[in-house]
Write a protein that binds this ligand. Structure first.
Ligand code: COD
Ligand code: ATP
Length: 312
């Protein structure tokens, strides 16, 4: 103590070091909370029902190769990934580092599901949003949607754009995908374009719809249903094209727009209309998996915004 008192500069340095350590500890604790919110958002998406064509605890939708347990195993396998990619976001890590973490997560997912693609789109969308949110946190920026989106594009927009136009041959480290084949066949952007544009379907469609329904006094389930239908009415979902072609995509958009035009979850008996839509999609093996992924992403951002509000 005498040595410290002898040199005020040493005292300042010691205080600064302690404050730095405390900030680092707080930021890592934030990344743990963020990762839990990401897993919780995927779980919320899984248990939502009716969810046209998609797997829930009630039934397997249009899928014969996976059920709710497959998804539970999958989302549990991702619990460390979301923390890791958030920590990488704290440091504004380069895109290739995020990609390495995502590829490892996909491999863990496939091991957990016996080789079934349950959350590849969610690993991408929620992973990028966790990284961008943590990046904002490290810079003491408000965790509001427009700030998170701007940070995502500033930090990784160029890399996401390159990723969206890269051909399979330029990415030998990545498995071939239905999405790329469908994107070429139908000239639709898919997940890669969505990411390169900063996830407009999340920030401009799903999240505003989710929050509008909540503001009208309806509950989290109603808000999630309205946001899902808004996504299905808007998105060029490569899952839908992969299974139903352009005709299938038109059916998904038309039935979803009709649900919202009739009042969405504000209308009495909306559950039956949503269930009829579910049965219509299942009859044609349609599965709007991209909309499901982005619904989870919107749920994550909404909860992050609430966190920010608590922080004041
Ligand atoms: C961009 C991704 C989704 C690959 O997309 P691609 O269309 O090539 O593959 P695939 O068909 O397997 O997956 C697409 C998935 O995205 C979802 N999806 C479909 N359409 C859309 C859409 N319009 N918007 C958002 N998600 C969509 C679906 O759930 C679908 O399963 C991503 O998995 C990827 O590139 N992974 C490699 C690791 C990586 O680079 N990650 C980036 C850092 S997180
Ligand atoms: N609840 C859900 N039910 C079904 N799919 C979901 C759900 N939530 C998210 N998804 C997304 O949809 C994708 C699964 O759709 P799909 O099975 O059509 O893809 P695929 O495995 O590429 O195609 P296929 O199974 O026809 O070979 C998952 O990768 C996931 O991103």
């Amino acid at each position: 103590m005498r040595r410290l008192m002898a040199h005020p500069a040493t005292l300042d340095a010691a205080v600064h070091h302690l404050q730095k350590r405390r900030t680092e500890r707080d930021n890592l604790a934030f990344c743990r909370v963020l990762a839990r919110l990401a897993v919780r958002s995927l779980h919320h998406e899984l248990v939502l029902y009716p969810k046209p064509g998609l797997v829930s605890r009630v039934d397997n939708g249009s899928h014969t190769d996976m059920n709710a347990l497959t998804f539970l195993r999958s989302l549990f396998s991702l619990r460390h990934y979301f923390y890791q990619i958030a920590v990488a976001g704290l440091e504004a890590a380069p895109f290739h580092r995020l990609q390495t973490l995502a590829i490892s997560a996909e491999q863990r997912m496939l091991r957990a599901t016996g080789g079934i693609n349950t959350h590849r789109g969610a690993i991408f969308a929620l992973g990028m949003l966790c990284a961008a949110t943590a990046c904002c946190r490290a810079r003491r920026m408000p965790l509001q949607p427009q700030v998170i989106r701007a940070t995502l594009l500033i930090q990784w927009g160029d890399a996401l754009a390159r990723h969206s136009i890269a051909g399979a041959g330029e990415q030998p480290h990545l498995p071939s995908s239905h999405g790329q084949r469908v994107a070429a066949q139908y000239a639709v952007g898919g997940a890669r374009e969505e990411g390169a544009l900063g996830f407009p379907a999340v920030f401009e469609v799903a999240l505003p719809q989710l929050q509008a329904t909540l503001a009208q006094g309806r509950d989290w389930t109603c808000a999630s249903i309205d946001a899902l239908f808004a996504l299905m009415a808007h998105l060029s979902d490569t899952n839908v094209y992969h299974r139903g072609g352009a005709a299938g995509a038109s059916l998904v958009r038309a039935r979803s727009a009709a649900f919202l035009a009739a009042g969405g979850s504000a209308r009495d008996g909306w559950q039956q209309q949503a269930l009829d839509c579910h049965h219509a999609f299942v009859a044609q093996r349609l599965s709007p998996g991209g909309a499901a992924d982005l619904l989870a992403a919107a749920c994550l951002l909404h909860q992050v915004g609430l966190l920010d509000g608590e922080r004041g």
